[in-house]
Design a protein around this ligand. Structure first.
Ligand SMILES: [Zn+2]
Length: 417
């Protein structure tokens, strides 16, 4: 133990040494591959800024150490080598609590989903029951993969409400009253015996689409989720932006009309009061019956129902006003729409684009694409897997073969790249 501490200290004291430079390069390559799933060596060179020769040496070394796997592929018709983390280096688990469901996925470090299952659950009713069911489902799916529990690196946990960064508890008692005072990450970690990282559904949806879906290849995006509320997950320069209190992205409470309906937050005319299901459904219930759900409205609109089409277009225009504000403030290159409403496709996307064109600064609007999420209801659970991948750090992977990497270091380090 003491020896390891001394070793780390020495390398920290000599940041310019070949060993520490080499270690930094190893970590850059592993991080790029960890978040991308798989990359060709040319893509690794672009992502890390390292030279092709250095990447080639490092990939060979990581392959010999068992950290990465290299498989032949073709990129643009040319033969290439695809590099991904070793599938058997560890597994990550995603747990997503929605208001009405529980979804769990087990994935490996090569971004393959090995097992996934969803079941209906009234999450708001009882936190204890929610955790019981999550624990059971996680254990069952790990068993189904046949991989040992000692391979679990961590769990990503999604909850349908804002998490208070300081306390780790749910930041709003009005959203999930049955969960008041509970620290979801601590609770699940105590049950499963592994580290748990927690985030809200909009942030995980953003991460999911960024790593696995419609956000692949961009570094700045906003994921807008319209469900019982309206939230946005913001990705800035490749990372989720949460703000010091964890409340970044609450676009549902942008004021659109100061004399509009009273919102649950206490203000009037928030974006949410024009777009969330509980405000939108009453518009259609007199003509379409009392049992209407948002899912049904979307289905009817797709079948051509004029009232449902009109309401969805209006919702789209209002969301577009919020997106225009976001666009002026953050200048994202992509907005990804998630939640039930996204299934309406162009019926809602076109009005969003109209509003953005009308209200956003033209130069910001020109660079923005507004698209439908590719992952549907899986965005959050896949985002939970991505959360573990982004939080795990590279020392877990590199320290396992510390001796090999240190021994190999001097031979393959070019002075600067
Ligand atoms: Zn509000």
């Amino acid at each position: 133990m003491l020896e390891i501490t001394v070793g780390v200290k020495e390398s920290m004291e000599t940041p310019g040494s070949q060993t520490s430079l080499h270690r930094a390069n190893l970590e850059r390559v592993v991080r790029a591959v960890r978040m991308a799933g798989s990359l060709t060596q040319a893509e690794i060179a672009r992502a890390t800024g390292l030279s092709a020769a250095t990447v080639s040496n490092i990939v060979r070394e990581l392959k010999d150490g068992g950290t990465v796997e290299v498989t032949p592929t073709s990129a643009g018709g040319r033969r290439a080598r695809s590099v991904s983390l070793s599938g058997d280096a560890g597994i990550v688990i995603g747990v997503d609590f929605g208001h009405t469901h529980l979804r769990v996925a087990v994935g490996n470090l090569a971004h393959q989903v090995l097992a996934e299952e969803a079941e209906p659950l009234d999450v708001d009713a009882s936190a204890a029951e929610g955790f019981d069911r999550a624990e059971q489902l996680v254990n069952r799916l790990i068993e189904a993969t046949g991989i040992g529990r000692d391979k679990v690196i961590g769990v990503g946990l999604g909850v349908p409400g804002p998490i208070d960064v300081a306390s780790g508890t749910l930041g709003s008692t009005s959203i999930l009253p049955g969960w008041s005072g509970i620290n979801p990450a601590e609770e699940l970690s105590a049950r499963l015996g592994v580290p748990v990282h927690v985030d809200n559904d909009a942030n995980l949806g953003a991460l999911g689409e960024l790593v696995w879906g419609s956000g692949r290849g961009v570094k700045d995006l906003a994921y807008i989720k319209v469900a019982s509320g309206v939230g946005a997950g913001l990705v800035i320069d490749g990372r989720v932006y949460r703000g010091p209190g964890g409340t970044a992205g609450e676009i549902g409470h942008i004021t659109l009309d100061e004399s509009g309906p009273v919102c649950r937050c206490g203000n009037r005319g928030c974006l949410e009061t024009f777009t969330a299901a509980r405000y939108v459904l009453p518009l259609l219930q007199p003509s379409h019956g009392p049992d209407l759900t948002m899912e049904r409205v979307v289905q009817l609109a797709r079948e051509g129902d004029p009232g449902c089409r009109r309401v969805i277009a209006d919702v789209g225009r209002h969301i577009g006003s919020g997106v225009a504000n976001l666009c002026n403030l953050l200048n994202p290159s992509r907005v990804v729409l998630g939640g039930d409403l996204a299934e309406a496709g162009e019926l809602v996307l076109a009005p969003i684009r109209d509003s953005v064109g009308r209200y956003a600064i033209p130069s910001a609007a020109r660079r923005l694409s507004v698209v439908q999420g590719a992952l549907g209801g899986r965005a959050e659970v896949l985002g939970a897997l991505a959360l573990v991948l982004s939080e795990m750090g590279d020392s877990t992977l590199l320290n396992g073969a510390e001796g090999a990497y240190q021994a190999a270091a001097p031979a393959s380090v070019p002075a600067f790249t």
